[in-house]
Design a protein around this ligand. Structure first.
Ligand SMILES: *[C@@H]1O[C@H](CO)[C@@H](O)[C@H](O)[C@H]1NC(C)=O
Ligand SMILES: *[C@@H]1O[C@H](CO)[C@@H](O)[C@H](O)[C@H]1NC(C)=O
Ligand SMILES: *[C@@H]1O[C@H](CO)[C@@H](O)[C@H](O)[C@H]1NC(C)=O
Length: 880
């Protein structure tokens, strides 16, 4: 099969060579730029040498509003070699189809999404490249409805001659326009793009661009953080654009950027938007230096806007402005920061520190000295190694340099780009190379050796593979029947290819032999360490009931201690429980995809003697609930409670938005929020969690799960699960935290049994303060309480659509914390109403902007789906 594929591609290249001499009218003949100082927006024109723009499936050429002309299928047919393909179109797809939902950024490319080409077999586009170097590859995907093919179930890979761009990619959400953008370095005069459907599936594409990028766009060197140094050889990496932000400015479309890029507004990525204020000057005032930044690096519209530190009158200005973006933690990233001093009146006034993931990127950045003048563009590239992206976040911070005495402490940022770098498999999606072999750590390294041997000793390797295959076939029958715990330990993106079967049997073999060795076990990717049963039995003193710290439908959780005194939480499944197996599988599936500071992390597992055991980090302070009521622990202060709620909200927000497919927890409650030794909150127990699309397909099932008292009434009525069900449960948690009583207490008089109802009644009467935890009485500032209750109340809205997103809840809680801190700073003993009132109006405005601005478009890193808040109402997030 593999050989056949290869032959196919090669022959297509030969075929193509006869055609390259046919000139295309759309290929521009020269590279170059021309200045036009009369216009402030399109100062510089760019004419790419190679410029293949194809509107796949279209019968006629398409000219976009930005002037770029895309070829029709007929005009590009000679580039394509395929056995069979089908065109689909839906001309009715228009701005009105996406009315009030259309992402502003992609609106000008809407005509590109109206048609598509479907491939039932491997198909290759081959391009003649007249000038090797960095090229943009932009791929447009939208699963158009079709009577014979279901594009939402299409699963396929897209590879170039050397790089995997997408592996087992699918677009299950038919309300999202997707744009995937890459910068690949083409080193020869040929470039091919192959679409490979998974077996029995199809591939599709709506439009594509293969366009020369300016040579200066991506320099070969960058700065490293941790440790600070320089990084050479960027040209060897393919890049995928994850985020591109016009900080403090409006979104920019291909109309505003001569290189056809789009720039989002940064507001939704700011950790504390209240601490920032935007500044702007006329774009025509921006100067470009003779070397370094140019209009190709970023248009002047980017440099002419920025965010600076807000004039917080309340405290001395000493904080960081901070942006946070979710990324896939298994990759390294190129981070480009754009700066331009548009805030100072004179030189040498502005010095600030730049941090990337809490590490110093530039100490006392002094733009005046670097550029020699004000309003001059400057950028700096940083490479962040995958080891520094541990929790799946990229954080960029700027703050005043404390060691430099300057008149006005300030810090700015004008633009921010995040690009994923290809890994050792030369892939931007997973650890498989273009020919499908696995290049990765842990047990798979064995497979790699096999592959290496295979190249040298072809026949022997084939024998080996055959043996393994037989072993696989001969696996004990019970293995499959047991619904195979092990099979869930395998990487989720693994497919049914023959190479995968080998790895499967190897993984089992590998685990068996490895489990004998005592230390240094590294288990399957993402699942951490492999424990032996004996080891865990010892750690829990033979699963002593005295060591039990929790019990659930799946079995028991034990506190264990290893020889080196590390404490572990050990969850031992009950193999006879069908529910147990399902919940285990769900938990493993979820946790292998997730990694976040506010989610409990999996340390390892044990898969011996039909055991299903998962090992987690031990959370020393146990469930949040125990610190609220029902035990004799010291009551937490209001600030501590807020911080814990913020942590939990962050974890849930990540679940809903951070992963490739949105994930709904389904069992949010105070016993599933655990606290570590520093009282950092972590959300746990993903046994009931669901990924978005599965629900869309199966929500007919009547199985309403969750915990009594926390259950979303709408979910209960309609059995349709959305992430807003988690928001409801979180609202109950918020009242539980405030009132320190259980969500349901059957011992109480009838009207008090259900906390959510009872609290809302008192709130409506304006008497909520009467029922708050007596330990908190008199310690909460009125502003903080107001904001908090407002958030809780909104979470409990009858209908999901009226409830805020977790991101909004998070924002409100952070604000409640700020208000509490401000009030204690001013006068710890007394609630200073006037200061709070002065702050209040501002907050309301900002919040409204935040919630409703259509500009707050977010690229979901894993999928590249463009998500505007409005857009998401018709299902925006890919995984919903
Ligand atoms: C800049 O700030 C003002 C007021 O704070 C706000 O109205 C405006 O929308 C902001 N502009 C951008 C581009 O975010
Ligand atoms: C972007 O281009 C559009 C169309 O030319 C224009 O209306 C808009 O003002 C531009 N935006 C910026 C920020 O320059
Ligand atoms: C700014 O961020 C850096 C890195 O996270 C941190 O070390 C520093 O203390 C922060 N500065 C302020 C004033 O918060």
């Amino acid at each position: 099969m593999g050989g056949e594929k290869h032959g196919h591609t090669i022959s297509s290249l030969f075929f193509f060579f006869f055609l390259v001499s046919i000139p295309y009218p759309t290929i521009a003949k020269k590279d170059g730029s021309s200045s036009n100082s009369s216009s402030s927006q399109h100062v510089v024109k760019y004419s790419p040498v190679d410029n293949y723009l194809i509107n796949c499936g279209s019968t006629e050429a398409t000219v976009l509003s930005d002037g770029r002309s895309f070829r029709s299928d007929a005009q590009s047919a000679s580039l394509l070699s395929t056995t069979e393909d089908i065109q689909v179109s839906d001309k009715s797809l228009s701005n009105s189809t996406f009315s009030n939902t259309s992402s502003f950024l992609l609106s000008s490319s809407l005509p590109l999404y109206q048609t598509a080409r479907i491939f039932v077999d491997d198909s290759t586009y081959s391009f003649f490249i007249s000038r090797p170097g960095r090229h943009w590859v932009r791929l447009y995907f939208f699963p158009l409805p079709d009577s014979s093919y279901n594009l939402t179930s299409a699963t396929f890979s897209v590879i170039t001659d050397s790089t995997v761009l997408l592996r087992d990619f699918s677009v299950s959400n038919n309300n999202s326009l997707i744009l995937k953008e890459y910068l690949v370095n083409v080193t020869s005069n040929r470039f091919s793009l192959t679409f490979q459907p998974q077996s029995k599936s199809i591939a599709f594409i709506n439009a594509m661009e293969i366009v020369s990028a300016p040579d200066t766009l991506i320099p070969d060197t960058a700065t490293t953080v941790s440790p600070v140094g320089s990084f050479n050889g960027l040209n060897n990496y393919a890049l995928e654009v994850s985020y591109r932000l016009n900080v403090g400015g409006w979104p920019l479309t291909s109309l505003n950027d001569t290189l056809g890029r789009t720039w989002q507004n940064d507001l939704s990525f700011m950790r504390s938007p209240l601490l920032a204020q935007n500044v702007s000057i006329s774009p025509s005032k921006i100067e470009y230096p003779s070397t370094g930044a140019s209009a190709f690096i970023a248009p002047n519209a980017v440099y002419s806007t920025a965010n600076e530190m807000a004039n917080a009158n309340v405290t001395q200005q000493n904080f960081n402005l901070s942006w946070e973006m979710n990324v896939d933690p298994t990759f390294s990233y190129l981070i480009r920061l754009h700066f331009c001093d548009i805030v100072c009146k004179t030189l040498n006034e502005l010095f600030f520190n730049v941090y990337v993931n809490e590490m110093m990127g530039v100490a006392s950045l002094d733009l005046s000295t670097i550029t020699g003048s004000l309003r001059t563009a400057y950028f700096q590239d940083f490479v962040l190694n995958t080891s520094a992206v541990v929790d799946g976040k990229i954080r960029v911070e700027v703050g005043p340099a404390s060691n430099v005495q300057s008149a006005t402490p300030n810090a700015i940022l004008n633009g921010l780009e995040v690009m994923k770098m290809s890994n050792e498999a030369s892939s931007l999606d997973g650890l498989y190379t273009i020919d499908g072999s696995y290049v990765g750590p842990s047990i798979y390294s064995k497979l790699k050796i096999v592959a290496a041997v295979g190249i040298g000793l072809g026949v022997m390797a084939m024998l080996l593979v055959a043996t393994m295959f037989v072993r696989w076939q001969k696996r004990p029958p019970g293995w499959e029947k047991r619904n195979s715990f092990s099979s869930w330990l395998l990487p989720l993106h693994a497919t049914g290819q023959s190479s995968f079967m080998c790895s499967k049997s190897w993984s089992r073999g590998g685990m068996r032999s490895k489990s004998k060795s005592k230390n240094g076990n590294s288990g399957i990717m993402g699942l951490g360490r492999l424990f032996s049963f004996a080891e865990l039995r010892e750690a829990t003193r033979n699963f002593d009931d005295k060591a039990v710290i929790g019990v659930g439908g799946f079995g028991k959780v034990y506190l264990g201690e290893t020889e080196d005194k590390t404490k572990l939480a050990i969850k031992r499944g009950n193999p006879s429980s069908e529910q147990g197996i399902n919940e285990f599988q769900t938990e493993i599936q979820m946790l292998s995809k997730l990694r976040h500071r506010h989610l409990v992390s999996l340390i390892g597992y044990c898969d011996e003697n039909s055991e299903m055991i998962l090992v987690y980090e031990y959370m020393a302070n146990g469930p949040f609930r125990d610190h609220l009521y029902g035990s004799n622990l010291t009551p937490l202060s209001w600030k501590q409670r807020l911080e814990i709620c913020i942590g939990a909200a962050r974890g849930l927000h990540y679940l809903h938005t951070g992963a490739a497919q949105g994930i709904i927890h389904r069992d949010v409650k105070t016993t599933n929020i655990l606290l570590d030794e520093n009282f950092v909150a972590k959300v746990s127990d993903f046994g009931l969690s669901k990924t978005g699309p599965a629900i869309n397909q199966t929500h007919v099932s009547t199985a309403v799960k969750g915990s009594f008292g926390y259950l979303d009434p709408e979910y209960f009525r309609r059995q349709q699960l959305t992430e807003k069900s988690d928001v409801y449960s979180f609202g109950v948690v918020l009242f539980e935290v405030l009132c320190a009583r259980p969500a349901i207490n059957p011992a109480l008089p009838r009207e008090q049994v259900n906390l959510a109802e009872w609290a809302m009644q008192w709130h409506r009467k304006g008497l909520l303060e009467k029922i708050i935890d007596s330990h908190l009485q008199g310690t909460i500032s009125s502003g903080s309480l107001k904001k908090y209750v407002e958030a809780a109340e909104k979470c409990l809205a009858e209908y999901g659509v009226d409830r805020p997103s977790m991101g909004d809840v998070l924002w409100n809680l952070e604000y409640a914390l700020q208000l509490q801190e401000v009030s204690t700073k001013i006068d710890p003993s007394e609630d200073n109403g006037s200061v709070l009132n002065a702050l209040q109006p501002r907050s309301e405005n900002d919040h409204n902007d935040h919630a409703s601005t259509p500009a707050a478009v977010a690229f979901d890193d894993n999928s590249g789906v463009v998500n505007a808040p409005l857009f998401s109402q018709i299902g925006g997030f890919q995984g919903r």
